[in-house]
Design a protein around this ligand. Structure first.
Ligand SMILES: NC(=O)c1ccc[n+]([C@@H]2O[C@H](COP(=O)([O-])OP(=O)(O)OC[C@H]3O[C@@H](n4cnc5c(N)ncnc54)[C@H](OP(=O)(O)O)[C@@H]3O)[C@@H](O)[C@H]2O)c1
Length: 305
């Protein structure tokens, strides 16, 4: 089996796309495509960007990721998250190239007690979740040798996410609240890139196919995640006005148009069995993000200035 030579990343400017481009550039020739190169709303645009390229692996992290706008514009959500992955999967199959489609914990309804594994039936409760599930199905229909990886509560260097947002809130406000009735697994985009390299670049065996859950180990409520971020920021010397986060519920946030799954913790046992890597805990990965990514730099400038 040959080592893959050429990898295309569709969505290279996104949070996960940046981690993937950095990580995979060590291994192969990477072509990172962004919205400037193709519009996922248009099959013609996708075809003209991809059909002329020569590659043996393609990864699709690009998506309409904002959950509430999906609720108000389902047509665009299904075009980008449902149709486009199927078009790309067909192009990859015709080229005999392996595709990885990045999906989400929001395909689950959140009613299960305990962690979801890959055998659990998906039952989305939002337009975002339903559109992502449609994308999953179209990708695997086009070629069962393709791979779907579901990630959850993603953050990473280069593009702010929840950790940077909650620290910004605590710098500015005296009191903040977050839901205690929503549980998940915060996950580092840098770790996802490492795990995916093990899933699809191993020269000794064919790339993984089917569905895999990729998340750091352990789980917490949304409030606990926020509190962990504030504790790390304080430890790093950031002056916070709010030092603790009060508990509220999802129902207390009127801006949330889309229903969110109350529990979207996923099991990473299948990933661990395939790769031999036991994903590190969410706390360890989050600490490294705070210590190494420079995510607190803008708050330091504000504090000093
Ligand atoms: N973030 C999370 O917590 C989370 C949780 C579970 C699953 N996921 C999944 O993980 C994947 C990566 O998430 P992420 O946080 O890295 O997302 P992200 O930072 O929002 O990146 C998504 C990328 O998709 C691009 N895109 C959107 N619409 C497009 C279009 N019509 N044509 C071309 N490109 C388009 C965006 O381009 P622009 O930069 O130009 O806007 C952006 O670069 C997604 O598939 C998401 O569904 C994310």
């Amino acid at each position: 089996m040959n080592r893959p030579q050429r990898i295309v990343i569709v969505g290279a400017a996104g949070r996960l796309g940046r981690s993937l481009e950095r990580r995979f550039s060590n291994e192969a020739r990477v072509t990172g495509l962004t919205r400037a190169d193709l519009d996922l709303r248009s099959a013609d645009s996708i075809r003209s960007a991809l059909e002329g390229l020569d590659f043996d692996r393609l990864i699709l992290p690009a998506a309409m990721t904002a959950v509430d706008p999906c609720e108000t514009d389902p047509e665009t959500a299904f075009a980008i998250n449902g149709e486009a992955p199927g078009v790309i999967a067909g192009i990859c199959a015709a080229k005999n190239a392996h595709m990885t489609h990045v999906s989400t914990d929001f395909v689950f309804d959140g009613r299960k007690q305990g962690a979801y594994d890959e055998q659990d039936a998906a039952h989305p409760i939002s337009v975002y979740g339903a559109s992502k599930l449609e994308g999953e199905m179209k990708v695997l229909e086009a070629d069962p040798g393709h791979l779907v990886v579901r990630v959850s509560w993603l953050y990473g260097p280069g593009k702010p996410a929840f950790p940077e947002w909650i620290v910004g809130k605590a710098v500015a406000d005296d009191s903040i609240s977050l839901p205690e009735d929503k549980t998940g697994s915060p996950t580092s985009s840098e770790d996802v890139a490492d795990w995916l390299a093990r899933l699809i670049l191993d020269a000794a065996r064919p790339p993984a196919s089917g569905i895999y859950h990729l998340c750091n180990s352990g789980s917490c409520t949304w409030r606990e995640w926020g509190q962990a971020c504030l504790d790390l920021a304080r430890e790093a010397g950031i002056a916070l006005r709010a030092k603790t986060i009060a508990a509220n519920t999802l129902a207390d946030i009127p801006a949330f148009l889309a229903p969110r799954p109350a529990n979207s913790v996923m099991s990473n046992a299948k990933l661990a069995a395939f790769t031999g890597i036991q994903p590190r805990s969410w706390q360890e990965a989050l600490r490294e993000h705070f210590e190494r990514s420079g995510c607190l730099d803008s708050f330091r400038t504000e504090a000093c200035g």
